[in-house]
Design a protein around this ligand. Structure first.
Ligand code: PMP
Length: 419
């Protein structure tokens, strides 16, 4: 890439840009688990659009459905008007996702981002319960708009709000205290003198993606669900990043056998990297009045088409969930070798979200940097960016996975060997 090609980004694009600084090349095309830059260099994708490309880039099945739809002049923009594309999607969600899991949740189409789905969920919980406080967890990430930011942990991100972020109490996530984290929450809720007001809802990620691949144990999630239901507190599972099969099953909470009151989905629900989000709510919670939460881009119909194709193609049986679990094990085996070979490294994850955790936080970023130079896209997460977070497309092949894991192992060696 020439300097002239890059100048336009530096001179014109806001300083807020981020990923382009870590991956300084001019990306052009992408297919499956690979991206290609303008000079024909290929990069293996262990990032998958931060979880928005679970089925890979330009997946041929989804592309065909999208091209057909565009060719027949299907509705592109529809607000919340009824369309054939939305009818087909709702029927498919019912048939493929809800009915087989015994769920009867109603489906809301908020604006097409994860943050907008979270805003809608928080607003609904507050409206239905008449309470204002929401409990969140340490290291949580729920988005960049004010409501979602208020339930997000990271201090640097919170500082960007410019106003106080209020009506929230933060609770220790599973593993945060190396002890019995939910005891504090239970005690605070039942003690009229704890200073914690009775909340409208608890919002939780089953695996904290941005927060450092922190995995909640199924028994912890079950106890959390019981704590909430016994006290008439709504449980919101934010499945924006861990849903759509990232951890194995379609919904990340299935591993715990719990039924959240409200679920947020975005990122890969559109299937093709097209913007789309959903809020699922138990029917009795659907107390919205028409248009009470709205947004111009709620009706991204091309995303409905690719979402429908993705649900039909990938979720009509358990094949993808099984292969995701197997590929997660494959990563774990490779990581175990690294952990055995090098001190100061540990690992955690579930399915195809796996983290390599460095005691010396700065090493994680260095590993990602070397990996990029070797043609692998992988990013860090965690409070101190101490975790190399693997988020490959679920459709990645075993050979591709092994290739990327080899690059990663070489990158760790380069960082530890100092070359
Ligand atoms: N919730 C979770 C769990 C997320 O990981 C993210 C994005 N990383 C969001 C919400 C916000 O989604 P968006 O960036 O689409 O607003």
């Amino acid at each position: 890439m020439t300097t002239a090609e890059m100048t336009v980004f530096e001179t014109m694009e806001s300083n807020v840009r981020g990923y382009c600084r870590d991956w300084p090349t001019l990306f052009d095309t992408a297919s499956g688990a690979w991206l290609r830059d303008s000079e024909g260099r290929d990069y293996l994708d262990f990032f998958a659009g931060a979880g928005a490309l679970n089925y890979g880039h330009n997946n041929p099945v989804l592309k065909a459905a999208l091209l057909d739809y565009i060719a027949r002049d299907g509705i592109t923009h529809g607000l919340d008007m009824s369309t054939v594309a939305k009818r087909d999607l709702l029927q498919t969600i019912d048939r493929v996702l809800l009915t087989p899991r015994g769920l009867d949740h109603k489906v809301q189409f908020p604006g097409p981002t994860g943050a907008n789905a979270v805003e809608a969920a928080l607003k609904l919980a507050r409206k239905v319960t008449g309470r204002t406080t929401v409990l969140n967890f340490t290291n949580a990430f729920h988005g960049m708009t004010l409501g979602a930011l208020a339930v997000t942990g990271n201090a640097a991100k919170r500082a960007g709000a410019g106003v106080p972020l209020s009506h929230v109490n933060s609770m220790p996530f599973d593993g945060y205290l190396d002890g019995d984290e939910l005891s504090w929450m239970e005690r605070a809720l039942d003690d009229g003198s704890s200073g914690v007001d009775k909340p409208a809802a608890v919002i939780v990620e089953t695996v904290q993606g941005e927060g450092g691949v922190n995995v909640a144990r199924p028994q912890w999630l079950r106890r959390l669900a019981e704590l909430c239901s016994a006290r008439d507190i709504l449980l919101i599972v934010d499945d924006v990043q861990m849903g759509c099969g990232r951890t194995g099953p379609f919904f990340s909470f299935e591993v715990a056998g719990i039924t959240p009151d409200i679920v947020t989905l975005s990122k890969s629900i559109g299937g093709y990297g097209l913007p789309m989000a959903l809020v699922l709510m138990r029917p009795e919670l659907d107390q919205w009045t028409p248009g009470e939460h709205n947004g111009t881009f709620r009706g991204n119909n091309p995303a409905f088409v690719t979402a429908t194709a993705a649900l039909e193609h990938f979720w009509s049986d358990g094949t993808l969930a099984e292969s995701t679990a197997a590929k997660g094990d494959r990563i774990q085996r490779s990581f175990t070798e690294l952990v055995d070979r090098y001190p100061g490294i540990s690992t955690r994850g579930r399915g195809l979200v796996q983290g390599l955790v460095f005691d010396e936080a700065s090493e994680a970023g260095k590993v990602c940097h070397v990996a990029f130079e070797q043609g692998l896209l992988v990013e860090t997460s965690g409070a101190d960016d101490e975790v190399v977070k693997l988020l490959p497309p679920l459709t990645i092949t075993d050979d591709e996975l092994d290739h990327g894991l080899g690059v990663l192992a070489g990158s760790v060696e380069a960082v530890r060997g100092g070359h």
